[in-house]
Design a protein around this ligand. Structure first.
Ligand SMILES: Cc1ncc(COP(=O)(O)O)c(C=O)c1O
Length: 482
């Protein structure tokens, strides 16, 4: 949204785009939603999209594309090796990030595979502001471990801190000193920390971490998948960056990272992934793995059409009016829920609006997956599909012990430029109703639990007959409404 004030004084996010292609949605009756969620083993990933009204599972690969992106896909130059499409993308990455070398990959976790295989040794430690599910799995699969060095504010669900994704610099230095730089695979900064409410880091914090990495000759890796939101927050919340353009902030961030990688399903509103660096030695270590896992160096598992869309999408991400739409819709939703007393993560971050399940359903113990249960309940009462980001998204350790997550969040992603304000208002309405009826929600238990990334494919049962009670109450209050 540009600086547009409403005469009414209301704070409403205004879309700076118009919708020219639409997809029809279905809102099936609550009885069908109950059936559908049980068919899906109470796992939001296993629902069929035809049973979903608002898909707030993720922003990954489901952001709206622009007319320019779609048009660019028609001009793709298809060839296994040396296509012009690749060169265009390489040039765009050099222009935006100032990095000389670029490796394409089919998505973000493919980049993580290459990084983990190149830099993680058995017993080595990857330091992060916060982990992401696939990142951690790749590191652990390669024999390493993850250490999160977040500032104290980062783990507080509520607060005023504008940069809850910051690293604790004193602890970072102390940790490297204690464990020895030779045992650190890399320091990884995640833009817009996915698992703790889409919270950003500041440029200043990154610059300070860079100095520590230089002191100890440790590599600094940036996961830029959620960079668009982080850029917006740096621009609007960080004093030293107020007068910088989005391009200048991007370059300032990039100058502090040895390696940047990202999921283009998120950054650039396309599909695919990318790794870039200006360090030839690091590049060479990663490059040899590319033909083995991703395909040849000039497509890396992506279709040329996607690469064209990514080139344009990255360019459009440098436009403040494009990247502010997500965070402003999220802020609107968060603030409206707060007004009704619904527990949410504050300050509002990027990626989505995050409900604090630990408080929303405080009667459900963590080993009965409060955020997962809340996701199921919200789907039943609204057809809105969110994603559990809590204990269910964690993995058992070597001894089979289940770590309890620091936060139990239900993430309601806001894919960029996809939903209208009335749809967001619908979601708010049903969440408020559910909050008032929260005592009807019960816990979940695993009936099928995969060993790796269990939240994707695991199946759950309910610990009691609570879902039927919820449907009954919905019918009492909403009559024959969908
Ligand atoms: C911060 C972050 N890193 C990495 C990934 C993995 O990317 P992809 O889904 O393209 O494999 C994601 C995906 O959600 C992410 O949010």
């Amino acid at each position: 949204m540009s600086n547009v004030k409403f005469y009414s004084g209301e704070n409403i996010p205004l879309e700076m785009h118009k919708v020219r292609i639409v997809q029809k949605l279905n809102l099936v009756p609550i009885e069908r939603r109950l059936e559908a969620v049980n068919e899906a083993g109470n796992n939001m990933f296993l629902l069929k999209n035809r049973d979903v009204f608002m898909d707030m599972l993720t922003d990954s690969g489901v952001n709206a594309m622009s007319d320019r992106q779609l048009a660019s896909m028609m001009e793709a130059d298809d060839s296994y090796a040396g296509s012009d499409t690749f060169t265009k993308l390489e040039n765009k990455i050099q222009e935006i990030f100032g990095k000389s070398f670029f490796l394409p990959a089919h998505q973000g976790r493919a980049c993580e595979n290459i990084l983990a295989q190149s830099f993680v040794k058995p017993e080595s430690i990857a330091i992060m502001n916060y982990h992401f599910t696939t990142t951690k799995s790749h590191i652990v699969l390669n024999g390493g471990s993850v250490e999160e060095i977040l500032t104290e504010e980062g783990l507080r669900v509520n607060g005023e801190c504008p940069f809850k994704g910051n690293m604790d610099i004193a602890n970072l230095r102390a940790f490297i000193e204690k464990n020895g730089a030779e045992n650190i695979s890399f320091v990884r900064f995640e833009a817009g920390t996915n698992l703790i409410g889409g919270q950003p880091f500041s440029l200043k914090n990154l610059q300070e971490a860079r100095k520590v990495c230089d002191e100890f000759s440790v590599i600094l890796v940036l996961d830029a998948s959620l960079l668009a939101d982080n850029l917006y927050f740096i621009k609007t919340r960080e004093e030293q960056c107020k007068n910088m353009s989005i391009r200048e902030i991007t370059r300032a961030i990039s100058d502090n990272a040895d390696i940047i990688y990202f999921s283009a399903r998120k950054l650039g509103c396309a599909r695919g992934g990318a790794i870039c660096t200006s360090n030839e030695k690091l590049f060479d270590r990663m490059r040899v793995l590319l033909p083995l896992y991703e395909g040849f160096l000039t497509y890396g598992g992506m279709s040329v059409r996607e690469m064209e869309a990514m080139t344009v999408g990255l360019d459009e991400t440098m436009d403040e009016e494009m990247i502010n739409q997500g965070p402003q819709f999220i802020a609107y939703m968060t603030q409206e829920l707060q007004k009704k007393g619904v527990p949410v993560v504050t300050p509002p971050g990027g990626l989505g609006c995050h409900l604090n399940a630990m408080e929303f359903v405080s009667h459900i113990p963590q080993h009965e997956y409060p955020a997962g249960a809340l996701a199921v309940a919200l789907y039943i009462v609204s057809g809105v599909r969110g994603m559990e980001r809590g204990t269910m998204s964690e993995e058992r350790d070597k001894n089979g012990i289940e770590p309890l997550a620091n936060m139990e969040l239900l993430r309601l992603a806001m894919p960029r430029r996809v939903f209208t304000l009335s749809q967001v208002k619908y979601a708010i309405d049903r969440i408020v109703w559910l909050y008032e009826n929260r005592n009807l929600i019960g816990g979940l238990k695993f009936v099928e639990e995969p060993k790796i990334l269990r939240f994707f494919l695991g199946k759950m049962g309910t610990v009691s007959n609570w879902q039927n009670d919820l449907v009954k109450k919905f019918r009492q209050d909403f009559g024959d409404s969908l």
